[in-house]
Design a protein around this ligand. Structure first.
Ligand code: ZN
Length: 427
């Protein structure tokens, strides 16, 4: 493709594929123990297995935890020397905004201006808040109708991967090695990836196609820990409580009020980390508070942890009758710790992005990804753009060009892996 020779189009456009997947409700649920967290995710899983079979990927199958696995066979004789590249996207949508009855709207030949969503005219995708719209004149902007999210996070990734498979099948002249594909459930609650079978997946390295924007390559995630602070008081009947009752609620309130206002997600950006009190419970006898700790450096996380312990001891000094205990758990680690040992992954993604006519930018993601989990289980996995914007929101949008360019990037990506000398990927 890089020499400008014509490629035959896929049998179905990536927009049509995306529209079909977006219409299927796959909203996941937090705090549900079973995987998948919602039964509706099976429907998309089964459909994707069928569609992979139709695209001559006969080994596609659905695991008992609703992970779709498949391997596209190589079209090279010397394929044994080409590493298996993994492409991963997730099927579920966020719990925060409804994903039921998504009505995909295509705003053809966008000519600028704010986009008012007809299902709820208070939902306006404005140029002021989305300057990227200025670069999208003439594109077909794809939104929901304002009453639901769109689900380009991450059904765009799924549609792009399947359209890549379709395109490769239509163009046997495009050289590629084996491609391992996985579509996962419950990425949003974070539980779906835990049953992922890295060995059976069989890839040497992988990419999640789950990032916002067009051309953005994410080579870093947070280091993440969760602190649970428990405040233990003493309950008794309030009628006879004088001098006896110790109310843990006041200790929790004192602790929260001491968190520095300039270290919160709502007051930080760029490379600055944060502490984020997310949930808890209050009872006289015992109150608990769960706090997310996030930083790109472990030293930053250590400092946050020290700070929380200092705050706990200040609260303890003020309210000595309450017992305060803090437990800290590691959630995931910055993928850069591993990716820096495999620079070819990012180099390949940059080159593929360029060949698709896009400007690559490499930046950290202020979050975690399924790739963070996989990277530390032996499968180095950066995250690549999928063309979408405003994830987890009724103002989420993507575009025809975003979907097509991401697909083009993926076709280049597998070709570059096949064309490169194999040695850098030997593990
Ligand atoms: Zn996502």
């Amino acid at each position: 493709m890089e020499d400008g020779s014509a490629t035959r189009p896929p049998t179905e456009s990536v927009v049509a594929r995306f529209t079909r997947y977006a219409a299927i409700d796959t909203q996941s649920a937090d705090d549900v123990r079973s995987v998948p967290s919602t039964p509706t995710q099976w429907e998309l899983g089964r459909l994707l297995v069928d569609e992979l079979h139709e695209l001559d990927v006969p080994d596609a199958w659905l695991s008992d935890t609703c992970v779709v696995y498949a391997t596209v066979p190589p079209n090279l004789d010397e394929a044994a020397h080409v590493p298996v590249v993994g492409l991963i996207a997730h099927m579920d949508t966020a719990s925060a905004v409804s994903g039921a009855n998504v009505k995909v709207m295509i705003h053809s030949d966008y000519q600028g201006g704010d986009i008012v969503l007809p299902g709820d005219p208070t939902q306006v995708i404005s140029v002021a808040e989305n300057p990227v719209l200025s670069d999208m004149l003439g594109d077909d902007i794809i939104t929901a109708d304002g009453t639901t999210l769109l689900g380009s996070d991450d059904k765009a990734g799924i549609a792009e991967i399947l359209t890549t498979v379709d395109t490769l099948r239509q163009n046997p002249q495009i050289r590629h090695g084996p491609i391992a594909i996985a579509f996962t459930p419950d990425e949003e609650p974070g539980s779906g990836i835990e049953a992922f079978d890295v060995l059976r997946f069989g890839a040497a390295f992988a990419y999640t196609i789950d990032g916002q924007g067009l051309g953005v390559i994410y080579d870093e995630t947070w280091h993440a820990r969760t602190a649970t602070v428990t405040f233990s008081g003493r309950n008794t009947h309030p009628g006879t409580a004088k001098g006896i009752l110790v109310n843990s609620v006041f200790a929790l309130a004192d602790f929260v009020s001491r968190l520095p206002p300039d270290m919160l997600p709502e007051t930080t950006d760029g490379r600055a980390g944060f502490v984020h009190p997310t949930r808890g419970s209050i009872e006289v006898e015992e109150s608990t508070l769960v706090i997310g700790l996030r930083d790109f450096e472990t030293s930053g996380l250590d400092a946050q942890e020290r700070l929380l312990r200092e705050i706990a001891s200040d609260t303890q000094a003020r309210l000595p009758d309450v017992r305060i205990a803090m437990e800290v758990r590691e959630m995931y680690r910055n993928i850069k710790d591993v990716l820096k040992e495999h620079p070819h992954l990012i180099e390949t993604a940059i080159e593929a992005t360029r060949r698709a006519g896009l400007t690559p930018t490499v930046q950290p993601i202020r979050g975690g990804t399924d790739g963070a989990y996989l990277t530390f289980r032996g499968l180095p996995t950066p995250d690549l753009f999928n063309g979408g914007c405003n994830y987890h929101s009724k103002q989420e949008f993507t575009s025809r060009r975003g979907l097509e360019k991401t697909t083009e990037m993926l076709v280049h990506l597998v070709q570059i892996v096949a064309d490169k000398t194999p040695s850098p990927y030997d593990r």
